[in-house]
Write a protein that binds this ligand. Structure first.
Ligand code: HEC
Length: 152
């Protein structure tokens, strides 16, 4: 009788040990998944917020550097710039462009805007915009802002 009881006790212990190890195992799995999710969030979230801050920085730079001659919705010394990204160069109706820009037939995208803002004359010789942005990261932020102002 004693022996049987003892055996049963041992069997119970074994089962308990198995159950515990299963629980530990799934605990590990849950912990692992949560860890992965947090890691993903850490990787993805700064990307999203970084993209936002670049547009914000681009807006500030646009206001500081460009609004002396441009506005988003009105022609000033330069043409209005809302929608410029993806637009053909020299095509705002009613704005008087230089003959050079009017006949340049460029499409404004990342590459052409970057060249334009680096040195307008090396892109379109004889144009009327006497201004450039020497810093690469400032150009990139301004372009990102113009792009954001152009998606419909
Ligand atoms: C000193 C005045 C002046 C400043 C400052 C200036 N621009 Fe211009 N911009 C012009 C003029 C004038 C034109 C028209 C050029 C022509 O007809 O050759 C122009 C044209 C452009 C065009 C071509 C638009 C089209 O419809 O093809 C873009 C793009 C542009 N500017 C972007 C900018 C950005 C971005 C800034 C600020 C970083 C800026 N400009 C600052 C005067 C200026």
């Amino acid at each position: 009788m004693r022996q049987i009881l003892f055996k049963k006790l041992k069997a119970d212990q074994k089962q308990l040990a198995v159950r515990l190890s299963v629980r530990e195992h799934s605990g590990f799995l849950i912990g692992f998944s949560v860890g992965i999710l947090m890691l993903l969030a850490l990787i993805i979230f700064p990307r999203i917020s970084r993209a936002d801050t670049n547009v914000d920085r681009g807006k500030q730079l646009f206001e500081k550097r460009c609004t002396g001659c441009h506005s988003l919705d009105q022609d000033k010394e330069g043409p209005r710039l809302r929608g410029v990204y993806g637009r053909q160069s020299g095509t705002v109706p009613g704005f008087t462009y230089s003959a050079a820009l009017q006949s340049s037939h460029l499409t404004w995208d990342d590459a052409s805007l970057d060249k334009w803002l680096t040195d307008t004359d090396s892109l379109v010789a004889g144009n009327d915009m006497a201004f450039h942005v020497p810093k690469q990261d400032e150009r990139a932020d301004i372009i990102r802002f113009l792009k954001a102002m152009s998606v419909k």
